[in-house]
Design a protein around this ligand. Sequence first.
Ligand code: GUN
Length: 295
Amino acid sequence: MPAELIDGNVIARSIRDEVALDVAKLVARGIQPGLAVVLVGDDPASEVYVRNKGRACDEAGMHSVTINMPATTTQQELLAQVKHLNDDPAIHGILVQMPLPKHLDADVVIRSILPAKDVDGFHPVNVGKNLIGDRDGFVPCTPAGVQEMLARSGTVTKGKECVIVGRSNIVGKPMMALMVQNGANANATVTVCHSATRDLKEHTLRADILIVAAGKPKMVTGDMVRKGAVVIDVGINRIEDPSTKSGFRLVGDVDFASARERASKITPVPGGVGPMTIAMLLKNTVRAAEQSAGR
Ligand code: GUN
């Protein structure tokens, strides 16, 4: 029997509805959660993401500002903008859209954001809090979204073999920290595979929960999936497809058709992890606002 789908659109919708209720409660106390998104340059994919983030904030009743800065922005100008937002009491969350133009130093920019406003969870203070299991920090939105999908799809994680493919700072490493904690929706035995892993298939075939965030289209095929595994595909890759109107198609890092024959549950691409990221960003921003007000 083909795997059941874990529908990211449906789960993200519920979270966004919950967020809107939390926003309404805060607004009643005189606090409107505010998110600032800074976009440097004119990367078309980033422009789409940023527009969607702004719309999602508006829909949830949050305050949102988008700051568009030219590709020629200097490091000093960007740092000054971040400082301005750090000092702005109407802004509870700050997100600087990545990737930045090459001449800017993303690490320095990330470290300049106040950890209490770093709703992306990229600041080393928040990275450390995630590792030690301090839930007052902010967890990057994509791995937080994956954990939420596992929880809301009724996937048991305690004592399970969780294999993560990919070790990025945005997904693989924070995902590892989340799944290994001794707590709810975690408590798994975690393996992180990467480009130097000797025999990838040997590891993926052990996985009860397989999370793939490698950035390589269809790299995990059905023969690499353990029968009955839960498969979470974090990849979003644009591949050429002359049969579509645009000439392109979105595929994940998992070969969906073959993996679906082996898995018990699987996320599609698009409509899987993708919509969760914005939902978790809103959730983080609401919590930043709550924490700024001493709850
Ligand atoms: N670019 C792609 N995904 C993200 C994200 O989650 N946060 C930021 N800041 N930039 C991104």
